[in-house]
Design a protein around this ligand. Structure first.
Ligand code: GLY
Length: 259
């Protein structure tokens, strides 16, 4: 399945669930002094998360992104880039955790037919509600739901202690397991391991706080959803490749350089 058809499938899936399809914002944000480049789908919706009424409560995008934090990893991992596209669905005070989780699972396992055995999830260590949704509603075995802390399962990472200010919240991530042969072989190897066996494909953020100058977390007027899934990672998985650079988006460029 090509990246173009995956992007179309994703936007069509959320359009059918009453999301407004919004164009990608510019890679250089016009009026956000907190970032140099657009790092995520949520950036163009910060005002909506703060309570501004834009006339719709559900949106979906394919956002062009550049993460300066990722640059040092490029060339060293199979899944970090200088540029990538993020598929995202957003709720501004409308649906919350349960729908976001159920729809993410439906998209991956039904629309894309990814076998559920290949998927693991992580939840924020204090978020029992999300743990229960994955365990009881979706039926994920407990050993495949791992609890992680501020660095991995709060978004932006470590925002609680280090900032930036603005909308933030606990998150839950979905990982694809490339299998034991792709990993470090250690006895304990799970999505918290950075050996490359597990690749994060989708982050579901429960955006419910506004971080302020004094590092306090003020509850937002509404509970919101912000999700982000890397198109290049998903395309690689759907094309049976473990390394994004071996998949359809990069191969023509690499072949041209070699020629
Ligand atoms: N905003 C969610 C993410 O970038 O992972």
């Amino acid at each position: 399945m090509t990246a173009d058809s995956l992007r179309e499938k994703f936007l069509g899936f959320f359009k059918a669930k009453k999301h407004k399809i919004v164009e990608s914002d510019s890679l250089v944000p016009k009026d956000d002094p907190t970032v140099l480049f657009t790092p995520a789908g949520m950036n163009q919706f910060k005002k909506e998360f703060m309570g501004f009424d834009c006339g719709f409560k559900r949106a979906a995008t394919a956002q062009r992104c550049l993460r300066t934090d990722d640059l040092d990893k490029v060339g060293k991992t199979s899944s970090h880039h200088t540029f990538f596209e993020m598929l995202g669905n957003f709720s501004f005070g409308d649906y919350f955790k349960e729908e976001a989780i159920v729809w993410a699972w439906e998209f991956l396992t039904k629309e894309l037919s990814i076998h559920q055995d290949k998927l693991w999830v992580s939840v924020y260590q204090e978020d029992e509600e999300t743990y229960k949704i994955w365990k009881d509603k979706i039926g994920i075995p407990e050993k495949k739901i791992i609890k992680l802390g501020d660095k991995d399962n709060f978004w932006p990472a470590e925002a609680k202690t280090k900032g930036p200010n603005g909308p933030c919240g606990p998150c839950s991530e979905i990982f694809y397991d490339f299998g034991p042969g792709a990993g470090c072989g250690e006895k304990i190897c799970d999505p918290s391991c950075s050996c490359g066996r597990f690749v994060e494909i989708w982050n579901l953020v429960f955006t419910q706080f506004n971080r302020k100058d004094d590092a306090s977390l003020e509850p937002l007027p509404n509970k919101n959803i912000d999700t982000g899934m890397g198109l290049e990672r998903l395309a690689a998985i759907m094309q049976g490749k473990q390394n994004n650079f071996e998949a359809e988006l990069f191969q023509p460029i690499i072949k041209e350089i070699i020629r």
